[in-house]
Design a protein around this ligand. Structure first.
Ligand code: ADP
Ligand code: MG
Length: 681
């Protein structure tokens, strides 16, 4: 099979350099990749209907004879209608084509054909417009529908795939070892490839897809394990004593039971286990993850370890730095902040203090993974909003220590299946309890015609001494109708809200400007903060009570939930106003989920259900390669592939055995696309 990845697609009949260019756009350059270019759907032509029995208004296949052809009718300068009458022996149907003279000429001489299209039934007339047509003797079966690009049709792809399949060697090397195929009842690769493209029947299709999805997930997991450094190492940083109660006494509030439980799970991971902690703490926005991380850091530091705490944005890093510095004020714990905007001189000092061990906890952004950063004894790595870091970034920080404990915090409640996929083999703590007194953020969905009324609502809150956010998707107007943050400020200044203190915050600002604005907002010196999504993660200003989100249909539900989490953090009742002029019912349905629930886990599941796993996180965000056939919301398959990956790695941790060369090859191929292949051995 691997040799087919060396044969350029041009070797196939009908694929010249121009068509090869089109295939390239689809990510297909070789015969091998073409075989792994799977249909996105199938048309079932295997049981053609009689006209009267066929479902109307749905795609279906009808078998009928040509009865007669009408003369072509030119309706506009460039539009000709071709009509034919067909009959299945009982009923008649009119078939219409637009500008398809070629098809018409083929049909008008009569014969039996299959027509695949949408059947309309008006009064006693049956009609089908622009169906796909194949001769009855060759057309029956299940037909693949490929993802297309302009000028390359599904049929053209199909014809190339047929040739590629004919090139399959007699015996193809199956990357999945035989014992795994047997154990999980999977079909062979040869069968899978033939049937994923041209299924014999529905069952063959199902087993083909299952087998390919299995392989894809298996390879993904093997790759992840290898990136992460593989087998569990023995811990080098076992701690002796639990200091979390001492830490809790520094807090201005008492920790929730969920927080206490999460902290004690972490401490026990660091204290009693043969291998280092590898734990994901998931908690809805506002569940108090920062305090959990701080408690764990404190315990680690008191046991002589250094901690690195990585956050995705400068604003968030600065905020964590402030929180932790205040908490540890009066203790001997030394906290540092390292972000891109720290001056070179200060950076040098920090590098020095990390190396000599005088900084105990370093909080920072990606700047932490700079090669200048060296630790004396890095024993704990905490990452906040972890899904925003790529696989490679995570491992770079971890490699700065000698198998440090790892604590991952995710504020986007990730459905468990996805969490397993992204983070692999880690333990899970869930903060399923909010601190007392938290109120539900009341959420409304409005269209633009009610914007003025919404402004009135904001005004009331500001007059009451509270503050508001308005979120716009973009900084500058580069798409029509999209509220741009900059223009928005100008427009808002002309309304009755113009007399209030308005400021703009966006991602293209210098970090120092951003910090400035955030601290002004935090201090209550700004009434309305107009912002792009830079405030999405973690920012904590309890006095803000209203958030208005323009073009809310542009956001994913989990993202909206994150944004909404910026309000409702204080004692006052808080509100979120989603503005959208979209008419599409499915989009509205999505937004209404926000009005119905405040439960981030429910929202994440809904998001997954409505948008599909592909969209849940862009692959760029979580650093996973894009999956072509596996559906990561399939828990069973995920668990099976995890078991399989374990079996394989126990026997052959580096995939060096001969029987695993296929898997190794495929792992490299999958990860080469996300640019982490350098990390794979
Ligand atoms: P998130 O889980 O979203 O990161 P934070 O750690 O930012 O949440 O906490 C949100 C707010 O709740 C902060 O102002 C924090 O001080 C406060 N908080 C955290 N834990 C508690 C608690 N047990 N009781 C009261 N307030 C708490
Ligand atoms: Mg947080």
């Amino acid at each position: 099979m691997s040799s087919l990845f060396k044969i350029p697609i041009q070797q196939l009949n009908g694929v010249g350099s121009r068509r090869a260019e089109l295939f390239h756009k689809l990510g297909v350059d070789t015969v091998g990749t073409l075989l792994h270019f799977y249909p996105r759907a199938y048309e079932d032509w295997s049981h053609p209907y009689r006209i009267a029995d066929a479902p109307t208004d749905n795609m279906c296949c009808i078998k009928a004879n040509i009865e007669g052809a009408y003369p072509p009718a030119r309706i506009r300068g460039n539009m000709t209608i071709f009509k034919l009458d067909v009959c299945d022996g009982y009923d008649r149907m009119t078939v219409t084509f637009f500008n398809q003279k070629y098809t018409y000429d083929k049909l008008k001489n009569g014969g039996e054909f299959l027509f695949y299209g949408t059947l309309k039934h008006n009064f006693s007339l049956y009609e089908m417009a622009s169906p796909t047509v194949l001769p009855a003797d060759v057309g029956e079966g299940i037909h693949p529908v490929y993802p297309q690009t302009a000028n390359l049709t599904s049929r053209q792809i199909e014809s190339a795939v047929r040739q590629a399949i004919a090139m399959l060697p007699e015996k193809i090397n199956d990357p999945v070892p035989e014992n795994i195929l047997d154990k999980f009842g999977l079909c062979s690769l040869d069968f899978a490839i033939r049937n994923v493209h041209f299924p014999k029947d529905e069952n063959s299709l199902l087993s083909a897809r299952k087998r390919l999805a299995f392989e894809e997930l298996l390879i993904l997991q093997l790759g992840m394990v290898q990136i992460k450094g593989g087998r569990k190492k023995a811990t080098t940083h076992q701690i002796q004593k639990d200091y979390s109660d001492e830490f809790f006494s520094f807090l201005p509030f008492s920790p929730t039971n969920a927080q206490k439980k999460a902290v004690s799970e972490c401490v026990s991971d660091m204290m009693n286990q043969p291998s280092p902690m590898n734990r994901l703490v998931q908690g809805d926005v506002g569940s108090g993850k920062t305090a959990v991380a701080a408690a764990v850091c404190y315990t680690a530091v008191k046991n002589g370890l250094q901690c690195a705490f990585m956050a995705p944005t400068e604003i968030l890093a600065a905020q964590h730095f402030k929180t932790l510095s205040e908490l540890f004020d009066g203790t001997d714990v030394n906290v540092g902040l390292l972000t891109g905007s720290v001056t070179a001189a200060k950076k040098r000092k920090i590098y020095e203090n990390l190396k000599d061990g005088s900084i105990d906890i370093i909080i920072g952004t990606h700047a932490l993974i700079s090669e200048n950063v060296e630790f004396k004894k890095l024993g704990l790595v905490v990452t906040d909003e972890q899904h925003r870091f790529g696989v490679a970034q995570r491992s770079t920080l971890i490699e700065k220590g000698d198998s440090p404990h790892i604590l991952v915090m995710s504020a986007t409640p990730i459905p468990r299946t996805l969490a397993l996929m992204i983070f692999g083999d880690l333990d899970l703590s869930i903060l399923d309890e909010l601190p007392p007194g938290r109120q539900k953020v009341e959420t409304f969905l409005i269209d633009g015609s009610k914007r003025q009324r919404a402004y009135g609502f904001l005004k009331k809150h500001i007059d009451n001494g509270n503050q508001c956010y308005i979120v716009c998707p973009l900084v500058e107007q580069n798409e029509t109708n999209l509220a741009s943050a900059k223009e928005y400020v100008e427009r808002l200044k002309k309304t009755f809200l113009g007399s209030y203190r308005i400021a703009l915050l966006h991602g293209k600002m210098k970090p120092s400007e951003k910090d400035n604005i955030m601290s002004e907002f935090s201090a209550g010196n700004i009434d309305i903060l107009i912002s792009t999504t830079v405030i999405e993660v973690g920012v904590d200003v309890p006095n803000a009570t209203v958030m208005m989100i323009e073009n809310s249909e542009r956001f994913g539900l989990s993202q909206l939930h994150q944004l909404r989490g910026r309000v409702g953090r204080g004692k006052n009742k808080s509100y979120c106003i989603l503005v959208s002029d979209i008419q599409k019912e499915s989009s509205l349905e999505r937004l209404r989920v926000m009005c119905k629930t405040n439960d981030g886990f429910k929202i994440a599941d809904e998001d997954l259900r409505l948008r599909g796993p592909g969209d849940f996180f862009g692959s760029r965000q979580h650093g996973l390669p894009e999956l072509k056939i596996a559906d990561i919301s399939s828990m069973t398959l995920l668990e099976e592939t995890q078991t399989a990956a374990k079996m394989i790695l126990e026997k052959d941790p580096d995939l060096s055995l001969k029987e695993h060369q296929g898997l190794k090859f495929e792992t490299k191929r999958l990860f080469s696309k996300v640019g982490t292949s350098g990390q794979l051995q």
